[in-house]
Design a protein around this ligand. Structure first.
Ligand code: HMH
Length: 185
């Protein structure tokens, strides 16, 4: 059941359309603005997680917080280039994901670290399925599949304890599927 969710969250018609260059600008831009909101929510979650993280996790989490601040800068500059207004209300999938991130604050730190690993790994695998040398959006795909991001996901994997955490893993994957679905809604 988890395998099916991993597949659903990392193979999606939205990603196929980005790869094939058939995605509509309005669909991509809607998704982009919602993902900027998500990244801001993720930074809030990750900063709180850093505050209660065990000593060996601090370096990876702190580096990740800095990377998320840089990511928000990047979203702002790419959105400006595309003429996308980032001041948009959260759609349902974004709001539901925000609620999960807030709930992770109340869970044991191991569960929250494992959830963070899933959040980042699923994104890396999803964008890897959209790699293409001809997509007009390849600059975006390359950004989200860069070697530094892979190294970060691997480092989070060293901190994650997915055994016994199937419920929270499934919750994150369910939110990810809904997030891709939103982009084509
Ligand atoms: C929906 N999941 C979603 N957006 C992201 N930017 C990430 C994961 C990874 O940061």
């Amino acid at each position: 059941m988890l395998d099916a969710l991993w597949t659903a969250a990392t193979r999606h018609p939205f990603l196929d359309a980005v790869r094939d260059g058939t995605i509509g600008d309005a669909d991509f831009d809607r998704w982009l603005a919602q993902d900027a909101l998500f990244v801001a929510d993720l930074l809030t979650f990750q900063a709180r997680l850093l505050a209660r993280a065990p000593r060996p996790a601090q370096g990876v989490l702190a580096g990740g917080c800095v990377a998320l601040v840089d990511e928000l800068d990047w979203f702002e500059s790419k959105s400006a280039e595309r003429g996308v207004d980032l001041e948009q209300p959260a759609l349902a999938a974004t709001a539901a994901y925000r609620e999960l991130l807030q709930r992770l604050d109340t869970m044991p730190v191991d569960a929250a670290l494992t959830a963070l690993w899933v959040i980042e790994r699923v994104y890396l695998l999803a964008w890897s399925s959209a790699i293409s040398s001809t997509s007009p959006l390849r600059e975006f795909v390359e950004h989200w599949t860069a070697p530094g991001f892979t190294a970060y996901v691997d480092a989070l994997g060293e901190l994650a304890t997915p055994e016994g955490a199937e419920d929270v893993v499934a919750e994150v994957l369910t939110r990810e599927v809904a997030f891709w679905d939103m982009a084509l809604a």
